[in-house]
Design a binder for this molecule. Structure first.
Ligand code: AMP
Ligand code: TRP
Length: 335
C-alpha cells in the first residue's frame, strides 16, 4: 500500500517555493493516495522560535495548506508535537544513525554556518526526527522540493540499518516525489540562492499572504539581466535569474519550461514581468483570500489539527508498539 507523508515547518509564512515545490503537489496527490500532512513544529524549534510567533505561524501554515486546497477530511492534517510517536521514534533513530551520516548533511552546514559549536543538538539530529516523521506511519512516498533529497536518502539509510540490525523487514524504503516545473524556486534577489522563509530580505520571496500590489512590486524589483528572453532552455539555464522567473511562470501556468519559452522568447523583462505578476496574482489571490477567512476563526483551524492528530496517533501507536517490541523494550500489554 502506498502512503504519502510530507511536512512543512512553521517558521514563518509560506512562500511561493513551498507552494510550487510542495503544497501544490500535495493537493494533486491527495485525490489518489492516503496522505498525511504535518506541520513540523518540533523541527522549527531546532532554531530559536518565539513561542507566541510559533503558535501563530502554526495556525497560518495550517490555514495556508487548507486554503491551497488540502482537504483535511480526505487526508490527515496536524501539527507534529501533538503526536508523541515522532519524538519517541526519533530517539531510537538517534541510536541507529551514525555521526558520519549526519556530518554530511548540507542543510545542517548551511543552517549552522560558521557557528557550528553553537548550533543546537536538535539542529544536528534534525534528519533523524524527519526520518521518524515518515517512518512512524511507514509512509512509502514523500513529496518535497529538491532541497530535501539528501534528508530522504538518510531516511532510507536509517530504515535499512534498523531492518538489518534487528533482522526484520519492518520499515519501507521511502521514495522521494519531486515533480513540477519549480522543484527549486530561487530567491528573487539572487538566482543562485534558494527562496527561503529565513532570508532577511522580504523582497527575496513572494509570500502566500502578499496582496496584489506587493506581488507586483516584488516582481518589478526582482533581479534580472539586460538580455531579452532566449528561445532555448539551454540558453535560459545559463542565466540564473531569467531561468528562475521563467520557471516560476511555467509552474504557475502549469507548463514545462519549453512550452513557457515558446510563449515568452524574445521578450524583454519589463514586458514579461507584467505577465508574471498577472499569473502570480491570479493563482495566489484566491488562496490568500481563503487563508484570511480561515485565520479569522482560529478555533476552526485548531479543531482541524486536533482531529488530524487523533487520526495520526491511531496509525502511529500500533507501529510504535511493534518498534518497541523489536528493539526489546519491555512493555506492559497496555501502553
Ligand atoms: P520548509 O519551509 O523548509 O519546511 O519546506 C517545506 C516544503 O517546501 C519542503 O518540501 C521543501 O522542499 C519545499 N520548499 C522549500 N523551499 C523551497 C523552494 N525554494 N523551492 C522549492 N521547494 C521548496
Ligand atoms: N525538513 C523539511 C523541510 O525543511 C520539513 C520536514 C520535516 C519534512 N519532516 C518531514 C518533509 C517529513 C517531508 C517529510 O522542508
Amino acid at each position: 500500500m502506498n502512503r504519502i507523508f510530507s511536512g512543512v515547518q512553521p517558521t514563518g509564512n509560506l512562500h511561493l517555493g513551498n507552494y510550487l515545490g510542495a503544497i501544490r503537489n500535495w493537493v494533486r496527490l491527495q485525490r489518489d493516495f492516503e496522505c498525511i500532512f504535518c506541520i513540523v513544529d518540533m523541527h522549527a524549534i531546532t532554531v530559536w522560535q518565539d513561542p507566541k510567533e510559533l503558535r501563530a505561524h502554526t495556525r497560518e501554515v495550517a490555514a495556508g495548506m487548507l486554503a491551497a486546497g488540502v482537504d483535511p477530511q480526505a487526508n490527515i492534517v496536524f501539527n507534529q508535537s501533538q503526536v508523541p510517536a515522532h519524538a519517541e521514534l526519533a530517539w531510537i533513530f538517534n541510536c541507529v544513525a551514525r555521526l558520519g551520516w549526519l556530518n554530511r548533511m548540507t542543510q545542517f552546514k548551511e543552517k549552522a554556518g560558521k557557528h557550528r559549536e553553537n548550533a543546537s543538538v536538535g539542529l544536528y539530529a534534525y534528519p533523524n526526527l524527519m526520518a521518524a516523521d515518515i517512518l512512524a506511519y511507514k509512509a512509502t512516498h514523500v513529496p518535497v522540493g529538491e532541497d530535501q533529497k539528501q534528508h530522504l536518502e538518510l531516511t532510507r539509510d536509517v530504515a535499512q540499518k534498523f531492518n538489518n540490525d534487528f533482522g526484520v523487514d519492518f520499515f519501507p524504503l521511502v521514495e522521494p516525489l519531486i515533480f513540477g516545473a519549480a522543484t527549486r524556486v530561487m530567491s528573487l534577489r539572487d538566482g543562485t540562492k534558494k527562496m527561503s522563509k529565513s532570508d532577511e530580505s522580504d523582497y527575496s520571496r513572494i509570500n502566500m499572504t502578499d496582496d496584489a500590489d506587493t506581488i507586483a512590486l516584488k516582481v518589478r524589483k526582482a533581479r534580472t539581466d539586460p538580455e531579452p528572453l532566449p528561445d532555448t532552455v539551454e540558453d535560459l539555464d545559463k542565466r540564473p535569474e531569467a531561468s528562475n522567473l521563467v520557471g516560476i511562470y511555467a509552474a504557475l501556468r502549469d507548463l514545462d519550461k519549453v512550452e513557457a519559452l515558446r510563449q515568452v522568447a524574445g521578450r524583454n523583462f519589463a514586458d514579461f514581468k507584467k505577465d508574471l505578476t498577472d499569473v502570480a496574482v491570479s493563482v495566489l489571490g484566491p488562496i490568500n483570500d481563503e487563508m484570511q477567512r480561515l485565520l479569522e476563526d482560529p478555533g476552526h483551524v485548531d479543531a482541524v489539527l486536533a482531529e488530524g492528530a487523533r487520526r495520526a496517533r491511531a496509525i502511529a501507536e500500533p507501529i510504535m508498539r511493534d518498534v518497541y517490541d523489536i528493539v526489546g523494550f519491555l512493555q506492559a500489554t497496555e501502553r
